[in-house]
Design a protein around this ligand. Structure first.
Ligand code: ADP
Length: 455
C-alpha cells in the first residue's frame, strides 16, 4: 500500500508529471489513431486501394501517429525541463538569499557585540557605525559618537606633538596602521590609551567610509606601567642625591694631598668609588628608561657633528680602552652632521662603545665608522669580541636581557643599555640593527635621519 502511495507521490514531482502527461497523450493517440489517420489521409480512397498499397497506407497512418506522439513528447520534455531548471534556479536563489541573510545577521551580531571597539572612518576622520564597545570606550550614545571626529579626539602624549596630522597623513596615504599606541579622549574628556589599527575596507575612492578602525583599550596596563615608572623615577631621584654626596667625599679623600692613607685603606676607598660610580650609572640609566617610557623625555633638536661626538666619547672612555689594551680604528666622515637630540645620540653611541669595550678581550680591535647615505647618517661600532649566540640574538633588545657568554665575561651589566638605546634611536626617527657571530665579533649600526622627523 505504501509503495502505491509512493508511486503516486513520485508522479507529483515535476519530472514525473511530464512522463505521466506524455503517457496519457500517447494512450489517447493510440486509441484515436484511426480517427487521426483518417483526418490526414483519405480513408474512402483507402478502401479502393490495391492490397499492396493498403500496406503503405497503414505505414503512413502509423508514421503520422508516431510523429504526433514524438512531437507531444518533445513539447512536454522542453516544458518540463524548463520548469525544472527554473524551479532549481529559484530554489538556489532562495537558499543563497537565506545564507546571505544568515551571514549578514551573524556578522552584524559579532560586529555589534564584539568586546573590541569597531567603527568606520571617512576621509575627514568622522566616525560611523560605532559598535557597542565603541560607545562604551567613548562613553556616549550612538548619536553622539556618530558626531565625533577621531582626529579631534587624539591626545598628544604617546606620539608627541603632531599625532593628529601624522595619523591623518598615514590614513590618507594608505599606510598600514597596526596596533599603534595612541591616547584618545573620551566624550567626558578623560584620556585613555589604545592600540589603534586601521584597515582599508574598500579601495574605492567613491565610497566615503573606506576605513575600519579597531581599538584595544590598554589604559589599565599603561597605568600599571606608569606606576612602575613613577616608582623607578622616584627611587632613582632619591638614590642619586646620596650617591653623588658619597662620590664627592671619596673624591675629596682620594685627591687631597694633605690626607694620607695606608695603602690598603686607599685601595678600599678606590673600590668604594668604582662601586659607587656603577650605582650612579645604573640610576642614570633607570631614570632615562623611565622617562622614555613615561614619554616625559622630550628631544631638543640641534645640529650635531658625529665626528665631535665620537671623539668626545672615545676620549672619555680612553682609560677603559687602555686598560684592555684595545686598538680603536676610526673612519668618520666630517660631513656627518645630523639635526637631532645631542644627549640622546650621546647615550646611544656611548652604550655601543662601552659594550664593545666590555665584551672584547685584551688586544682586540674596535672600529667606529660614521658615514652619510642619502637622507641618513649611519654610525656603526664593530668589535672583535665574544659575539652573540644565534639563539640569543632575538632577545638582545629586551629589557634586562644579558646573554650567557656576556654574563661570564663581565659581571658589570644591567641588560638595560640596548633596550634604552633602541628606544632613544626610535624616538629620534632612526633605527638600530646588528650583525654578530659568536667568538668572532659584533657590529651595531645606528641609522639616524639627517633631520629628525619632528625637529
Ligand atoms: P649590558 O649592561 O649587559 O651590557 P646591554 O643592554 O647593553 O646590557 O646589552 C644586552 C646584552 O647584549 C649584553 O648583556 C650582551 O649579552 C649583548 N651585547 C651587547 N653588545 C654586545 C657586544 N658588542 N658584543 C657581544 N655581546 C653584546
Amino acid at each position: 500500500m505504501e509503495s502505491v502511495d509512493n508511486f503516486f507521490a513520485s508522479l507529483k514531482k515535476p519530472d514525473n508529471m511530464g512522463l505521466l502527461v506524455f503517457l496519457s497523450c500517447a494512450l489517447i493517440i493510440w486509441i484515436f489513431s484511426d480517427t487521426i489517420a483518417n483526418f490526414f489521409l483519405d480513408s474512402k480512397a483507402a478502401t479502393s486501394l490495391a492490397p499492396e498499397n493498403i500496406y503503405l497506407y497503414n505505414r503512413a497512418s502509423f508514421a503520422i501517429n508516431g510523429l504526433l506522439i514524438a512531437l507531444i513528447g518533445f513539447v512536454i520534455d522542453v516544458t518540463v525541463t524548463q520548469r525544472t531548471i527554473a524551479g532549481r534556479a529559484q530554489s538556489m536563489a532562495h537558499d543563497l538569499t537565506r545564507d546571505i541573510a544568515l551571514s549578514q545577521a551573524q556578522f552584524q551580531t559579532l560586529y555589534e557585540n564584539s568586546p573590541l571597539p569597531y567603527f568606520l572612518l571617512d576621509e575627514m576622520g568622522c566616525i560611523g557605525r560605532p559598535n557597542k564597545a565603541t560607545l562604551r570606550f567613548f562613553g556616549g550614545t550612538i548619536e553622539v559618537c556618530e558626531q565625533l571626529n577621531l582626529y579631534d579626539m587624539l591626545g598628544e602624549q604617546g606620539k608627541g606633538v603632531g599625532a593628529q596630522s601624522l595619523l591623518r597623513e598615514k590614513i590618507s596615504r594608505g599606510f598600514p596602521i597596526n596596533r599603534e599606541e595612541m591616547q584618545i579622549r573620551t566624550i567626558a574628556g578623560q584620556l585613555r590609551w589604545a592600540l589603534v589599527s586601521v584597515h582599508v575596507l574598500l579601495n574605492t575612492p567613491t565610497i566615503a567610509s573606506r576605513h575600519i578602525v579597531t581599538l584595544v583599550d590598554i589604559t589599565e596596563e599603561k597605568e600599571g606601567e606608569r606606576a612602575k615608572s613613577d616608582f623607578l623615577l622616584l627611587a632613582s631621584h632619591q638614590l642619586r642625591t646620596p650617591m653623588t654626596t658619597i662620590k664627592w667625599y671619596i673624591d675629596y679623600l682620594l685627591h687631597t694631598p694633605s690626607i694620607t692613607f695606608a695603602p690598603d685603606v686607599r685601595e678600599y676607598l678606590e673600590e668604594i668609588d668604582v662601586g659607587n660610580q656603577r650605582m650612579i650609572d645604573l640610576v642614570g640609566t633607570l631614570l632615562t628608561v623611565s622617562q622614555v617610557e613615561m614619554g616625559t623625555l622630550l628631544p631638543e633638536y640641534a645640529p650635531l657633528s658625529v665626528v665631535e661626538l665620537t671623539n668626545d666619547l672615545l676620549r672619555e672612555l680612553e682609560p677603559d680602552i687602555k686598560k684592555r689594551n684595545l686598538k680603536v680604528v676610526m673612519t668618520v666622515d666630517k660631513e656627518a652632521v645630523v639635526t637631532s637630540d645631542r644627549n640622546m645620540v650621546r647615550i646611544a653611541v656611548h652604550n655601543l662603545l662601552t659594550n664593545a669595550i666590555k665584551y672584547t678581550k685584551q688586544g682586540g680591535v674596535i672600529t667606529v665608522v660614521a658615514e652619510n647615505s642619502r637622507a641618513r647618517c649611519n654610525i656603526s661600532v664593530t668589535d672583535t669580541g665574544c659575539g652573540i649566540a644565534l639563539e640569543e640574538q632575538s632577545k638582545i633588545f629586551s629589557r634586562m636581557f644579558r646573554a650567557n657568554n656576556a654574563r661570564k665575561m663581565s659581571t658589570n651589566g644591567t641588560g638595560l643599555g640596548l633596550h634604552l638605546t633602541r628606544s632613544l634611536v626610535q624616538k629620534l626617527g632612526g633605527t638600530i640593527s646588528f650583525n654578530s657571530e659568536e667568538n668572532v665579533g659584533t657590529t651595531f649600526t645606528i641609522t639616524l635621519p639627517h633631520v629628525a622627523p619632528l625637529a
